[in-house]
Design a protein around this ligand. Structure first.
Ligand code: 2PG
Ligand code: MG
Length: 435
């Protein structure tokens, strides 16, 4: 009897007994941080920090060594200060773990420990807790509530900081609005991706791919890029806008600020009003359902003006503008400066802070898009966050390269595992009046 009782207690003991940090490598061949956590019951969790190229100025710090590349200090923080602090804590108490990380760091932007260290640890604890309960991570996060597979937003052409600034727009993506399931959304996107490749080949413009696997943007203007995407959707057999819509990440902070914008293609210089008009003109001319960071991260009045003009008919996402910060989401809700938030756990550095930003956005009826970074790995955490939290949308990059496909394929497995309970967020995930 005593022995059995002892074993049961041991099995349910989710206190942290070991934390190990190590250096691994991401999809751009850059060093990054992996954290592994072991619990008293034997369960383990592991997670890897991603890294952005177009980063918001207010993002939590991706801690690098003096050479700007290495992660020796960030890994040492996991194995030293963080391990010491979190040892014996209960992995099932995510908020307590994350609060401990926040107070140990003591800065507003994780400058001491590095968000690459804290996000890897925070996510590893989450994985360990789910594993201790014998649940896939999305089910552990859902806490018995029903969930929907997210609407995927998938890159067809890369650009901006992910393609040597060959064109100004950073991500030219599609959303398969007519899809009835995640599986069908991927199948539709595959057809568009390959149709776009054929168009580039026929035009003698096939030059390989950009950082996230989207076709290299060999175009003479931003408009030519959008027009080629419209043609690819039609060539794949879909009605542009109705069945498959365009989603753009302008990432405007990369080429401008509230003081002015300088587009590389065409050498145009625009003030905030001019930039606003340019993107509004694209919305009027092309079948675009979603646009991210149309103005720069410091251009509050520009974002407010843009949202007032287009927020009823188009999803307007704040990425660099909001940096997964609950405080900034709260301000933007009050300002009506966007109607959707991009959620990147490494922009804030913990699971709990990501969740806070999501909860605020959801309560305001905003769109919520859980997102990968341009520097990624085989880590699958964000697929489970998007599904388990019922965020509604998921952005992972293109339809090639295994760090991207691993995530799309994981969502397929989740969809299959739900069987008769499967639900797909589809176009209802967009915060639009007429969908
Ligand atoms: C973005 C992401 C993904 P990065 O801006 O949304 O495309 O890019 O990770 O470089 O910030
Ligand atoms: Mg972005």
């Amino acid at each position: 009897m005593t022995a059995i009782f002892w074993m049961n207690t041991k099995m349910s003991d989710t206190s942290i007994v070991k934390i190990k940090g190590r250096r691994v490598w991401d999809s751009r061949g850059r060093a990054t941080v992996e954290a592994e956590i072991e619990l008293a019951c034997g369960a383990r969790g592991r997670a890897i920090a991603p890294a952005g190229a177009s980063r918001g100025a207010r993002e939590a710090i991706d801690l690098r060594d003096a050479d700007g590349m290495g992660v020796t200090d960030a890994v040492a923080n996991v194995n030293g200060l963080i391990a010491k602090t979190l040892l014996d804590m209960d992995a099932c108490k995510q908020e307590e773990i994350d609060r401990a990380l926040i107070s140990l760091d003591g800065t507003l932007n994780k400058a001491r420990l590095g968000a690459n260290a804290t996000v890897a640890v925070s996510l590893a604890a989450l994985h360990a807790a789910a594993s201790a309960q014998g649940l896939p991570l999305f089910r552990y996060l859902a806490q018995g509530k029903s969930v929907r597979l997210p609407l995927p937003e998938i890159q067809i052409f890369g650009g901006g900081a992910h393609a040597g600034r060959r064109i100004d727009i950073q991500d030219l993506m599609v959303m398969a609005l007519a899809a009835k399931s995640f599986d069908e959304a991927l199948e539709m996107t595959a057809r568009v991706y390959h149709a776009a490749g054929e168009l580039m080949r026929d035009a003698g413009k096939l030059r390989g791919v950009a950082d996230e696997g989207g076709w290299w943007p060999e175009f003479d203007s931003n408009e030519e890029a959008i027009e080629t995407l419209v043609r690819a959707i039609a060539r794949a057999g879909f009605v542009p806008g109705d069945e498959v819509a365009i989603s753009l990440d302008i990432a405007a902070s990369e080429f401008g600020s509230s003081k002015g914008y300088r587009l590389g293609l065409g050498g145009k210089s625009l003030d905030s009003d001019g930039m606003c008009e340019l993107v509004l003109d694209w919305l009027a001319r092309y079948p675009i359902a979603s646009v991210e960071d149309p103005l720069a991260e410091d251009d509050r009045t520009g974002m407010m003006r843009f949202t007032a003009a287009a927020g009823q008919r188009v999803q307007i996402i704040g990425d660099d503008y909001l940096t997964t910060s609950a405080a900034r989401v709260r301000d933007a809700i009050a300002d009506r400066a966007c109607n959707a938030v991009l959620l990147k756990p490494n922009q804030c550095g913990t699971v709990t802070e990501t969740r806070e930003a999501l909860d605020l956005a959801k309560a305001a009826g905003w769109g919520c898009i859980v997102s990968a970074r341009s520097g990624e790995t085989e880590d699958l955490s964000i697929v489970h966050l998007a599904t388990g939290w019922d965020a509604g949308q998921l952005k992972v990059g293109s339809f090639t390269r295994s760090e991207r496909m691993a995530k799309w394929n994981e969502a397929l497995r989740i969809e299959e595992s739900l069987g008769a309970d499967t639900r797909f967020a589809g176009r209802a995930a967009l915060p639009l009046k007429q969908t």
